[in-house]
Write a protein of this length. Sequence first.
Length: 303
Amino acid sequence: MGPSNSSGDLSAEMEVDAFRRLFPLQFYERHLSESIRPDARALQRARDTTLALGAVASADGSALAKIGSTTMLAAIKMEVMSPATELPDEGNLAIEFHMPPICSPTVRPGWPSEAAPVISKQLSDTILSSRMIDLKELCLVSGKAAWMAYLDIYCLDADGALFDAALLSAVAAFTHLQIPVVSLNDEGRVVIVSEEEKEGKPGKEPVNKERRRLTLSNIPFSLTCVLHKNYILADPSAEEESIMETSLTVVLNSSGQLVSVYKPGGPVLAYTSAVQDCVAITRQRVKELQKILNEAISDMEVD
């Protein structure tokens, strides 16, 4: 009876796997009718999320974020620049999102990813429009020197909800960021003071005498949902995104205020009721992400 049962179970498992590959939408609809997903999540439940600050020792700020299998590594490097003439008291941000071939079989070596520049623009728009960072805080000497923060985000594993994980890693990296010490050199230029110079006697008085952190406010968090018929699935996997096609990303700040709603297209119209439901789900998700970020900050302070 034992061998017979095991062979029967294997046969049934093979049949289910074949059905999933051949008829993926029908496979999902069978689960959705019972308000559950194939990975055993409830429709509105996000995947397990982890966050680690200080993942890159050579960066001024960094973080590793994981949502399910989707993994993002964010790193910030600070450089001194001349501010724009029309904004003499402000620094600037440069944000780049990278998708190397290791992150997904859909990304081919030697070919640029179509999604990367779209997500880069979306991240830049979100971070700047949320006013999380006061660019005046990046000013060093009015009209002469300011900080340029170069943020690079690398997707290490692309398994859905890429923007959500990228934004979380970016926010966490800015939380971890420590602005370097700078001083005026003999030519009157602002230069970064190295660790060796700090331990010795620098020739000029530092402009800022110790590394400092940025004051962040209205921190943005996002949640992507996919829409199918009257179903809303929060935090979709790559398989769910490919099958259901229509997605909606809601960005709220830490105060619960709406920052943006992004719908890249798809055959299903996002009705007002669907948008309102997605916003309500996102409000709960923001509370979870804020808690995860606070715990990561606490762990860093303990270390």
